[in-house]
Design a protein around this ligand. Sequence first.
Ligand SMILES: O=c1[nH]c(=O)c2[nH]c(=O)[nH]c2[nH]1
Length: 296
Amino acid sequence: MSTYKIVDDAYGKSGVKLLHIKREGPVHSIRELEVNTQLTLSSKKDYTTGDNSDIVATDSQKNTVYLLAKKHGVNSPEEFAIILSRHFLNTYNHVLKVQVHIELYPWQRAEIDGKKHNHAFVFTPVAVRVCTVRMERNGVPVVESGLKDLRVLKTTQSAFVNFVADDYRSLPDASDRVFSTVITSRWVYSTTNVDYCKAWNTVKDSILSVFSGPADKGIFSPSVQNTLHLTEKLVLDSIPEINYIEMILPNKHYVNVDLSKFKNVGFAHNDTVLQPLDKPSGNIRAALTRTLPSKL
Ligand SMILES: O=c1[nH]c(=O)c2[nH]c(=O)[nH]c2[nH]1
């Protein structure tokens, strides 16, 4: 007779959308979130026998998101995810572990005539901020923050040369090429004593500064791999509370259109009209961690 064991399970509500308005007199601040909750229960009887008596309904999990937002407000998404995680573990003894994932919509306060507006906002999708909090019974919250959809492009100061030359290679060395990518990154904190908003902005600014370099001259990139690594290094150098960072950089190719066929019009050299390639893209990923604990 075969026997089986459930080795992984979780259930919850995804896509719980919420707008929180903090009203401080005439000055209002907003957080628009999409929350995903997941609980793992001690008993598996819900799966194995159809006994629902331990199930905190996903509908109740959704209600919890709204009620705790009302009660505690939404400061940073990380802090709100910690509040939710603690609540589920403290309220239900049979919840073994919790995972809360939050995505923050990129609203920014509007500026009119150089003045910050009291209550108007502009959707500014430079990047989407995300976080995931994982917490087990009797454990501490493990906070992971991240960003996605940070799309960047530079028109020079990027090369790719001296790679494997064999029967499969057709790509010539490129000493000056366009470099474009859509960045996804996630990083893990070693403590919860963190200014999450400040840290998130520092990571985003580090990514942009290693990619771009100084405004006038830029910075040379020999490969996506090297730029990725230097970025992760700067983040670990700058933020001692982070002990692990992963980045995923698709290499979005832009190819020079071959206009040399049109000899009579005289475009033997063309580095101004390029064709963006939708697919395929390169895909470069690496994670960097500390080998010694940081001095916090
Ligand atoms: O920076 C790059 N890294 C690669 O691994 C690679 N492969 C490729 O075709 N172009 C590039 N560019």
